[in-house]
Design a protein around this ligand. Structure first.
Ligand SMILES: C[S@@+](CC[C@H](N)C(=O)[O-])C[C@H]1O[C@@H](n2cnc3c(N)ncnc32)[C@H](O)[C@@H]1O
Length: 316
């Protein structure tokens, strides 16, 4: 029997740094929880379920664009590549491209350690020829890959997760990716494009309530990780498109006056007060490409669906 080619590197954020970040967000005048805290094992599972909801057009549209253009996209990446996927989750999307790329190494990166280990092992079993090097890391911070490979680095960042950053942070992120892949490297990125408000609002308020569960689960994750006592029944899921900001914003709205304990601190929350949990910026193609040029990428190639809802862009 063939031995699986898989290595796992564990470099998650320091718990003290995460705790400090959580408290700073909850003690701020406008309360926030960073979206990376959605992803414990339950959160990662719920996100995979969100991608299957009929209203959540993002995943099926991006997959369609990837499938229809797999040969051209794979040609840009090439078999001599070290293919680094940021926020790989279930690694569903890379499966569309793996056979046509045949990269030297596939390197998924994710903050959700247990989910990453399982997904990477499943993928390695499905593609016995593929060398997989999985790293648990926070990609929103400065980091270095914990291994060296003699191959052309190409990053893959699907799911329009770039939209979760503020515009300033998205520019910084693209600059960091550009540094990591260097001259000769590239970035294949999925970007959700601006569209009708009703379509956006429906996508983040699915009728089965999976996005609601996903949003509320962030409180369970914080309770578990930082000895908290949030009661999810005391919060309601709110998500809507903010036209001025050009993004869908998600909140947890308090249903009562509460005093929550977490990480040894008490957090006062009034009735109707909102904790901001996620932004999902929707870009025009021109705006995104201008940002990519500013970050140092000089060339681009772009593929979209018939309705111009979602763009897959190769930057080099
Ligand atoms: C919206 S999901 C996208 C999953 C998949 N890439 C897709 O396109 O369907 C975001 C993924 O990125 C991971 N993630 C979120 N924030 C992260 C961070 N700061 N560092 C590393 N991974 C992160 C999550 O665990 C999750 O798997």
């Amino acid at each position: 029997m063939k031995t699986q080619l898989i290595d796992y590197y564990d470099t998650p954020p320091e718990p003290e740094d995460s705790e400090e970040q959580v408290l700073a967000g909850l003690l701020a005048a406008e309360k926030t929880i960073a979206p990376k805290f959605f992803y414990d094992e339950v959160g990662s599972d719920l996100f995979t379920r969100i991608t299957r909801q009929p209203e959540y057009y993002l995943t099926r549209t991006e997959l369609k664009v990837l499938r229809e253009n797999a040969v051209n996209i794979s040609d840009r990446i090439g078999p001599d590549s070290l293919l680094i996927e940021y926020g790989s989750g279930s690694s569903e999307k890379i499966r569309v491209l793996l056979e046509s790329i045949r990269p030297k190494v596939y390197a998924p990166l994710d903050i959700s350690g247990d989910y990453l280990t399982e997904s990477a092992a499943t993928l390695a079993a499905e593609y016995p020829w593929l060398e997989v090097r999985a790293t648990c890391v926070d990609y929103s911070s400065d980091f270095e890959l914990p291994f060296e490979i003699d191959a052309r680095p190409v990053a893959f960042f699907p799911g329009s997760s770039v939209g979760n950053f503020s515009k300033a942070a998205a520019l910084q992120f693209l600059e960091r990716v550009q540094c990591l892949v260097g001259e000769g490297g590239g970035l294949l990125i999925g970007v959700d494009l601006a569209k009708d408000t009703e379509i956006l609002n429906a996508a983040y308020n699915d009728a089965n309530g999976v996005t609601e569960k996903f949003n509320l689960n962030v409180l369970n994750h914080l309770n578990h990780a930082f000895s908290g006592n949030f009661d999810t029944d005391q919060f309601a899921h709110v998500a809507s498109y903010n036209e001025r900001e050009g993004c869908v914003q998600m909140f947890l709205e308090s249903q009562s006056i509460q005093c929550v304990k977490i990480a040894g601190r008490e957090i006062e929350i009034s009735e109707g007060e909102r904790i901001h949990t996620e932004n999902s910026h929707k870009y025009s193609l021109d705006e995104f490409l201008a940002m990519a040029r500013k970050a140092g990428f000089q060339h681009h190639e772009c593929w979209t669906d018939d309705q111009d809802w979602f763009a897959v862009i190769f930057l080099s």
